[in-house]
Design a binder for this molecule. Structure first.
Ligand SMILES: [Cu+2]
Length: 151
């Protein structure tokens, strides 16, 4: 699902310090029977920029793989799904079309791994405020989460 758009992480000041690569996090079977969004947070926008990253933990308690795609927010012009990776010692970001969450598994976005890029924030995202992020699931549902802005 990786697109041809690959950008050098060094160009993104908000995430240039990241180094760890996060992979799909495989959990033991969950008791939940639904698809849930947890622990969403956004890094505050830098003083001189309107681009930042957001992180969400996706918990798929259903019996089917769920693909998450088409992210948006009223607080940013564009929301893209990205994956950071280490390519020959250099950190890169790739834009993805969708994120697959296997049945009874979770995927945790974190610095250095999967993340959402909020591009063109419509206002400064200051610590303590909340950013609503909307996304579409492959089962047809449209879900959202409120992400807390952290400094
Ligand atoms: Cu990114």
């Amino acid at each position: 699902m990786m697109t041809s758009v690959v950008r050098k992480l060094a160009l993104m000041s908000t995430v240039s310090a990241l180094s760890a690569l996060a992979a799909c996090h495989r959990d033991p079977p969950l008791s939940a029977t639904t698809f849930e969004l947890h622990d969403a947070w956004v890094r505050a926008t830098p003083d001189s920029g309107s681009t930042t990253a957001a992180y969400v933990r996706f918990v798929n308690g259903t019996a089917d793989t769920v693909w998450v795609s088409r992210f948006s927010s009223d607080d940013a012009h564009t929301v893209e799904l990205h994956q950071s990776s280490d390519v020959a010692g250099e950190m890169h970001m790739a834009m993805l079309d969708s994120l697959a969450v296997a049945p009874n598994h979770s995927v945790t976005m974190r610095p250095g791994g999967y993340h959402l890029m909020l591009i063109g924030a419509t206002h400064a995202l200051v610590p303590g405020s909340m950013v609503r992020i909307v996304m579409h699931l492959s089962n047809g549902a449209v879900v959202s989460t409120s992400a807390r802005v952290k400094g």
